[in-house]
Write a protein that binds this ligand. Sequence first.
Ligand code: 5GP
Ligand code: MN
Length: 329
Amino acid sequence: MVIKQTIADEIKERIMAARHVLVVTHVNPDGDAFGSMTAVGGVLKQMEVDFTLAVDKGMDARFSYLPLADRVRDGSNPREEYDLLITVDGSHYDRLGYSYADVRDMPPVINIDHHGTNPNFGTVNLVLPQLPSACEVLYELFVQMGVEINAEIATSVLTGMVTDTLGFRTPNVKPRTLEIASALMAAGADLPFITMHALNLQPFASLDLWRMMLGNMQFEDDFIWVAASYDERTRLGNEGSGSGGLSSLLGNVKEAKMAATLSEVEPGIVRVSLRCRPPFDVSEVAVALGGGGHPQASGCTIHDTVEGAQQLLAETAKAAIRRQTAALA
Ligand code: 5GP
Ligand code: MN
C-alpha cells in the first residue's frame, strides 16, 4: 500500500466533518492541476459535502471537457466560508496565488501533491514524489478511502495522469501507473479523447510563438534554451499561451543535458520552464533560483529583463551541468 491507511482515514474523517471545502491548485494550472481539482470535486459531490473549486484566472478552455469544469472559479475566497482547505498539485504555498492567499493561515489544510520540493505546508500532508502525477496520488487515496470511481472522477484522474506523463512516456511511469490507467478506462474514461485534448491539440498561436522562439535558440556547454521578451510575446498576441510543450521538445534534444524556455510574461517578470532527462536533475537549478518542481521538469520566476534572466539562468544551469556531470563520472 503506497498510502498509510491512517492518513486515508484522517483525510476522509476531516472531509466528512467539513461544512464547506475549498479546493485550490497552482497558478498556471496544467492538466494535472485541473484534473486533480475536478477529481476531488467529484469525490466531494459523491460524499455530499459542499465545495468550491478555485484557481487564479479560472478554467482553461483546453480542459473545458472535464466534469465540473463549470464549477472552477476565479476570485478571492473569504475565509469565513470554509472550514477545510484542500490543495492539489501545489508544490509550494507561494505557487497557489490569490485563490489561497486569503485563506492561507486558515487551518486545517490537506496538502496532496507529488513534488519532491513540497515543504509539507499542510496540517495533513500526502506528498508522494515517486508518483508521476498528483492525480495518481489521488487515485491511490480514493481507493483507500473506499470511493466509488465513476466515469466523471475517472476522466479527471486520467487527464492529470496523461498530462504529467506526456502520455505515459516519462521515466517515472511504473507498471502500477498503467494498471491504474487501465482501471480508469474500464470505469469510463476515454483515453484517446483525453490524449487528444490534453496533449496533442495546439492552437496555431502556440506554434507561431514557438517558431519565433526557436528562431533565437541558443546552445552552449550542453545547455539549450529559447526566450521571448514581453514585447515579442505581445506582438504575436500570445500573452497567455504556455510553452510547456516547447520545453519538453527542447528537453529531448539529444546533444543537450538541460533545456529551458524563458517567457517574459509581464515586463520584468520572466517565467522559466526547465527540462532534462535522467540522470540529470533540473530541480537543483530551479531551487537555486527560488523555484521548484521535479527532477526532470521544474520552473522558477526571475525578476529581471529577459536578457538578464538568460544570463543568470545560463550561468546557473551550466554550473549545475558541470557539477552533475562530474558527480556521475
Ligand atoms: P512547467 O515547466 O510545466 O511550468 O513546470 C514544471 C514543473 O515544475 C511543474 O510540476 C510545476 O508545478 C513546477 N514548477 C514550475 N514553476 C515552479 C515554481 O516557480 N516553483 C515551484 N515550487 N514549482 C514550480
Ligand atoms: Mn503535477
